[in-house]
Design a protein around this ligand. Structure first.
Ligand SMILES: C[S@@+](CC[C@H](N)C(=O)[O-])C[C@H]1O[C@@H](n2cnc3c(N)ncnc32)[C@H](O)[C@@H]1O
Length: 234
């Protein structure tokens, strides 16, 4: 059973307030020709709006329960034919097509435990792209204030949905627990600094086109959030 299978039922309600990234990724998709690959597509929160904008999406995820939700959302919104969902690992995606855009929204790369796995994922994204194609993803690195404010506290993030962050600064990992009624899950996220991401992106064969601090495209100035747009170099 994949990690997100345990919370697939509550994922959409849990992430309902996260909307600021949707127009950003739809905009990125509209700039490119042809299909988009979304790594860690989840419940289709981003993929389905991209399909509604007329682009085909190939979505990869480890969780069959999340993919079932994505399938249902795509059908409900009338874009089932544009959404091609595949079970698989984003480090070794089951995709033979080459595309102009690969995206990995909502911090999904932070599920990978270490630099080696993150580099593997970036290289896999590189190999899916046509020369000059783009990889766009977002991640975060918490501020000290964020850690102090939230560490170890159960907070009601949405009505009836509680979230707790246990930060380990020495390991740079976050144990995120979520509960709602009978559903509970805990997942680890592992962050890196902007300098470390830049090095991995370069090692994977990309040039950084832009690094934003938020989805309104403000430049990154040490914010918690990092939105990377990268061009396949070779
Ligand atoms: C935070 S959700 C993001 C889902 C979606 N991209 C969104 O923006 O709502 C993270 C997703 O990553 C998936 N995931 C985690 N590790 C993965 C891996 N190694 N390969 C593929 N999917 C993975 C989970 O199953 C989950 O659906």
């Amino acid at each position: 059973m994949a990690l997100y299978d345990a919370i697939a039922e509550i994922y959409d309600a849990w992430s309902v307030s996260v909307v600021e990234d949707i127009a950003f990724y739809v905009g990125e998709a509209k700039r490119c020709d042809g299909p988009v690959v979304e790594l860690a597509v989840g419940s289709g929160r981003i993929a389905v709006p991209i399909a509604q904008a007329g682009r085909k999406v190939i979505g990869i995820d480890l969780s069959t329960s999340m993919l079932a939700r994505a399938r249902a959302l795509a059908e409900e919104r009338g874009v089932g034919a544009l959404v091609d969902l595949r079970v698989g690992d984003l480090c070794d995606p089951p995709v033979t097509e080459h595309v102009h855009l690969v995206i990995c929204p909502f911090r999904s790369l932070l599920h990978l435990p270490d630099e080696a796995e993150k580099l593997r994922a970036l290289r896999a994204a590189h190999d899916l792209l046509e020369p000059g194609g783009r990889l766009v993803f977002d991640v975060f690195a918490p501020s000290p204030e964020d850690i102090v404010e939230t560490n170890g506290l159960w907070l009601e993030r949405e009505a009836g949905i509680f979230e707790r962050a246990d930060w380990d600064e020495s390991r740079r990992s976050l144990l995120l627990s979520v509960r709602s009624g009978e559903s509970t899950a805990a997942m680890e996220l592992h962050w890196l600094s902007a300098i470390e991401w830049r090095r991995l992106i370069d090692e994977a064969g990309f040039d950084v086109a832009d690094l934003y601090g938020w989805f309104d495209r403000r430049p990154y100035r040490g914010h918690d959030d990092m939105i990377w747009t990268c061009c396949r170099r070779d």
